[in-house]
Design a protein around this ligand. Sequence first.
Ligand SMILES: NC(=O)c1ccc[n+]([C@@H]2O[C@H](COP(=O)([O-])OP(=O)(O)OC[C@H]3O[C@@H](n4cnc5c(N)ncnc54)[C@H](O)[C@@H]3O)[C@@H](O)[C@H]2O)c1
Ligand SMILES: O=C(O)[C@H](O)COP(=O)(O)O
Length: 600
Amino acid sequence: MAAYTSSSMLSAPSLRKSPPSSSLSSRLSLSSAFSFSVSLPRRRPPAPVFVVMSMDAKPTILVAEKLGEAGLKLLKDVANVDCSYNLSPEELCTKISLCDALIVRSGTKVTRDVFEASSGRLRVVGRAGVGIDNVDLAAATEHGCLVVNAPTANTVAAAEHGIALLTAMARNIAQADASVKAGKWERNKYVGVSLVGKTLAVMGFGKVGSEVARRAKGLGMQVIAHDPYAPADRARAIGVELVSFDEAIATADFISLHMPLTSATSKILNDQTFAKMKKGVRIVNVARGGVIDEEALVKALDAGIVAQAALDVFTEEPPPKDSKLILHDRVTVTPHLGASTMEAQEGVAIEVAEAVVGALRGELAATAVNAPMVPAEVLTELKPFVELAEKLGRLAVQLVAGGSGVKSVKVTYASARAPDDLDTRLLRAMTTKGLIEPISSVFVNLVNADFTAKQRGLRISEERIILDGSPESPLKSIQVQIANVESKFASAISESGDITVEGRVKDGIPHLTKVGSFEVDVSLEGSIILCRQVDQPGMIGKVGTILAEENINVSFMSVGRIAPRKQAVMAIGVDEQPNKECLKRIGEISAIEEFVFLKL
Ligand SMILES: NC(=O)c1ccc[n+]([C@@H]2O[C@H](COP(=O)([O-])OP(=O)(O)OC[C@H]3O[C@@H](n4cnc5c(N)ncnc54)[C@H](O)[C@@H]3O)[C@@H](O)[C@H]2O)c1
Ligand SMILES: O=C(O)[C@H](O)COP(=O)(O)O
C-alpha cells in the first residue's frame, strides 16, 4: 500500500482514483467517501498534432480535376468523394462550403474567394502535382487551410517531356509530321540540328532540372545550370557546372527552363535577356508559361535571336487560339503534358491522396507547402509535447482575469538537446492554438498560428534552458508565462509576476507540474479544478466528497504546498464538468481561499 503525503514545493505524488474493476492499482483509503490509488503509467495512442477535423464524421473531398484511380480509392476509403470537373469559379465557390478538402491539378484556380466561400470548413487543399502557383497560399494560410502537393511523383515524366521537346524541336518532328500528313515530302526543309557537343543551360536545378541535365549528358551535351539556391556539390556530382544567370543565357545553344513561377522568376526571359542570348538559341519550357514574356519571345523568334522554341506551358492555359506564339512555325507546343504519363498520374494521385487523408486525420503532411515540414520521426517524438504545449496554453489563458488583454507570452523549453536539434515551431504553434482558441472563435493550427497571433497583437517569445544530461527525450518541461495580466486565480502568478504554468510528459501523457510557484502533478486529461487552501487534514476528502455526490469522476489529484499547514494548491483532474452548484459548494469549504475550474 502506498502512503500519501502531500508534497512540499518540490514535488507532489499523483493520486488516481481506482478504476472500478482494476487490479492494477494499489488502493489507498483517504476518507470514508473516497479511495484513491497511486497512478500507474498508462499508454495511449498519440494524439494528432495537426487537428484538422474529427474523422468520426466522414469528411467530404471535392476532386475538381481528374485524378488517378489508385488515389481516388484511397480517398473513397475514408471520405465522401465528389468528383466534379470543369467547375466555373462560381460553381467551385458554391460547392466548397460543403467540403473539408479539395484536390486540384494546375487547371483550377484556388483563389481567396474559394477560401472565403468555404467559411472555414475547407481544411486541406491537395495539389496533385508540383506547381502551386494556382493556389492563393496567403489566403490559405490566413484561413488555416493546409496546402499539400505531390512534389516527386511527376518529376521523371516532366524531365522526359523536356527531353522529348528538346529532341523533337531539334529535328522538327512536329512540323515534319504535319507536312507528311498534308501530303508533302519536304526533306530539305526539315534539316535539323545535332545535340551532341552543344551547350544546354538548365535554368532551375531542382528535381526536374537535374533529371533533365542527367539525360542531356547522356545525349552528349555540355550541361551548365543556373540556380541560386542549388548546392554546387549536387551539380558537380552529375558533372554539371553552376553558373550565373547571364553566363548561362549567353553561353547556351539550348536553354531549358525548370524553375517555379514566383515574383522573381516571372518573365525572367524578356526583351533584355533575349538580347543577351547567342543568336540561334533554342528554348524549351516545361516549367510555367509565366517565366517567359511571351510577346518578347515572338519578337526574338522573328528577329532570329531565338531559332526555335518548344513549349508545354503558357501564361494563359489554354492559350488564345489566335496566339502568335502558338501559331509560329518555329514553335512546337504541347497542352501542358509534362506530368501526363500513366505512371506519373497514378503516382501523383497516390502521393496527394495520402497527404490529404493524413492531414484530415490530423497528421502533419511531409509535403505541406504552407506549414513547416516536420520529418515523421521528429513528429512522433514531439507528439506528446505538442499536446502538452497546447494544453498549457489553454490553461494559462483561462487563468487570465477578464479585462486583462493578453499581449505577451513567453514559452520556455527545458531540454538537454542542442538548440539546432529541437524544432520548436510545432510547439509554439500549438501553444498559440491553446492560448487563442478558448477566447475566440478562430480556428488555429500550425498553418495560421503565427499569422493569427500577429493579427491579434499577441507576441510569443521563446526561450531555451539547456540542461545537462541525456538528450534522449526532446524536452524535460515546457513553461508558459503570460506577462502583465491579472489572474482570476492569484496563486497562478509566480515570483516573476506572470501567470505561470509548467508541464512535463510522463509515460507519454502530458502532466501539469507547476502553477505559479506551486508544484503539483496532475495529468492533463479531462478538466482541472485548482484550489488554494490552508494546508490541513481532510481537504482532499472534503472536495472529493462534494465531487462524488455530484457524480463527478476524479482522475487525478495532487497537492503542492509551501510548508506543512501553510498555503497549498490542490489540482484535481475531473472527467466531467462540475455544474455551478457543485463549484459553489467547493468554494464554500471554509479553508478554501480561491478556486478556479479550467477546461482542457
Ligand atoms: N509541365 C509540367 O507538367 C510540369 C511537371 C512538373 C513540374 N513542372 C514545373 O517545373 C518546375 C520545376 O519543378 P521541380 O519539381 O523541379 O521543382 P523544384 O522545386 O524541385 O525545383 C525548382 C528549382 O528552381 C530553383 N529556382 C528558384 N528560383 C530560381 C531562380 N530565380 N532562378 C533559377 N532557379 C531558381 C529552385 O532553387 C529549385 O532548385 C516547376 O515550375 C513545376 O511547376 C511542370
Ligand atoms: O506542376 C506540375 O506538377 C505540373 O505542371 C503538372 O500539372 P498538371 O497536374 O496540371 O498536369
